[in-house]
Write a protein that binds this ligand. Structure first.
Ligand code: UDP
Length: 479
């Protein structure tokens, strides 16, 4: 009889933001399926995002095997109850948020000392965790929650500063060393990279250094999607990385898909799906800007005008809480006029279920990596409308490298995504017609379908992502 493999314990410490916690929960569950004990570290306000997501799962036994470790969030630096990066970005208190998070180091050290896990998977926003884990010789893996492409392009921009060659905002910058010709403007590059000596540039440096000193990087992507950049990341940038995605494909039941993110999607699920069931195949446009972006009321009014002028049906997700009450972000009577043609979801939408519905023809996305990968996994072409973070790089991946998206023409990066840019209705109408109609649209759709097949294959037994996770687990066993 063979020897029973050693039971591993992996601890996950995601940054408190939906775009990071959602994939980490999927990843923890993937480890559980492989027989690994898992613990997720979070704070009291963020705990329900995980527990609500698990409440109605069909895979209850697996879910019950996730342990949670609750750290007290340091008081005084942020308003009461503000324990999530999304709230901090909106309040422009990201600096305080990162400082508060750093103060969790003592709790982390105590916890690691007590439990002595085999590995710590900690978020890119928590660079200090490499040192905490190193003190007791626990390997730390970094989780960025973005594409290989964005990781490579941003690192090249940080190292070679191509934005210094141009003298105006309009001039084109070609990002050097990459396998594709990637053209951007200075305005599309994040300020935290360009404004030297700022707090954020130092924070980025700390993140990069901790990445180089850590055991490696876990990437929510799959090899065939961006092999040039997976190779570049390891061979040219010297990182060890394991690609184990798309992790959203772990969610196979309606309940898991609907509850992902833990924000009451279940009650909206039926409305969305019933509405979509009444629509023709590939006829509906889905519009959602993720969990952080906050569009101005004038931008929302402009979108509404564009949607009214279009022939296509749409589902539009809006999260502008205070504007919702006054409804000033909608033209008078908009919802009545649009009845049957458009559905507005206020708050959290069951995105996986919507994207996978056969009636969806295109996705207008802010280019958050989870959203892009979910669209790819569902075979849905995109209209790209980036606003902040690493989203302008993701746009290049979708439109130039993979050729499954049409850019809307967003011009300006900002700390609060989409806050400083304005896209006119004509640009929205043009991009949507381009993604929905004609031969090129059909070719784009075919490519998206092919990527979906590749994504499903990657996570199947012995697919590239499946094998990469097996390799990582074996390596940790032998560490
Ligand atoms: N999401 C969702 N419903 C919403 C908004 C977002 O389910 O109404 C999910 C989406 O499926 C994705 C995540 O939230 O998994 C957003 O992550 P992404 O990286 O796309 O953007 P971020 O919110 O980090 O900007």
């Amino acid at each position: 009889m063979g020897k029973k493999p050693k039971q591993l314990h992996v601890v996950f410490f995601p940054c408190m933001a939906h775009g990071h916690m959602i994939p980490i929960l999927d990843i923890a569950r993937l480890f559980i399926v492989r027989g690994v004990k898992t613990t997720i570290i979070t704070t009291p306000v963020n705990l329900p995002i995980f527990t609500n997501a698990l409440e109605h799962t069909k895979k209850a036994e697996e879910a019950s095997m996730i342990n949670f470790e609750i750290f007290k969030f340091p008081p005084n630096l942020l308003p009461d109850g503000c324990e999530n990066l999304n709230q901090a970005v909106k309040l422009s208190t990201m600096r305080n948020f990162l400082m508060a998070v750093m103060m969790l180091n003592e709790q982390l050290e105590k916890f690691l000392e007590k439990t002595r896990p085999n590995c710590l998977v900690a978020d890119m926003f928590l660079p200090w965790t490499t040192e905490c884990a190193g003190k007791i010789k626990v390997p730390r893996l970094v989780f960025h929650g973005t594409s290989y492409f964005a990781l490579c392009a941003e690192e090249i921009v940080r190292l070679y500063k191509p934005y210094k060659i141009v003298s105006t905002d309009e001039e084109t910058i070609i990002i050097p060393s990459l396998a594709h010709e990637i053209k951007m403007s200075r305005l599309q590059i994040s300020e935290y990279i360009m404004e030297e000596d700022t707090h954020f540039l130092n924070a980025v440096k700390a993140m990069k250094e901790s990445e180089l000193n850590s055991y490696g990087v876990i990437v929510n992507s799959f090899y065939d999607l961006e092999h040039d950049y997976a190779d570049f990341f390891s061979k040219e940038l010297g990182r060890r990385a394991w690609h184990i995605g798309p992790v959203s494909l772990y969610n196979t039941s309606i309940e898991d898909k609907a509850q992902r993110g833990g924000l009451q999607a279940l009650k909206d699920e039926h409305e969305c799906l019933t509405w979509l069931n009444s629509k023709q195949e590939k006829s509906v446009i889905y519009i959602c800007f993720g969990s952080v972006a906050k569009l101005t009321a004038s931008q929302l009014l402009e979108i509404a005008a564009g949607l009214e002028a279009l022939e296509q049906d749409f589902i539009w997700v809006v999260k502008n809480e205070e504007d919702e009450k006054s409804q000033e972000w909608l033209p008078p009577g908009f919802e009545q006029i649009m009845e049957g043609k458009g559905l507005i979801v206020r708050g959290w939408a069951p995105q996986l279920l919507i994207l996978e519905h056969k009636a969806i023809g295109a996705f207008v996305t802010h280019c958050g990596w989870n959203s892009i990968l979910e669209s790819i996994s569902a075979g849905v072409p995109m209209v790209t409308w980036p606003g902040g973070a690493e989203q302008f790089y993701n746009e290049q991946l979708v439109t130039v490298v993979l050729k499954v998206g049409v850019p809307i023409g967003a011009k300006k990066w900002s700390y609060v995504p989409n806050a400083d840019d304005f896209v006119k209705r004509d640009a929205l109408i043009k991009a949507l017609r381009e993604v929905m109609e004609g031969n090129e649209a059909q070719e784009r759709r075919n490519r998206a379908k092919m990527l979906k097949k590749m994504a499903l294959k990657a996570v199947e037994k012995d697919g590239s992502s499946y094998s990469s996770l097996s390799a990582l687990i074996n390596e940790l066993r032998n560490y």
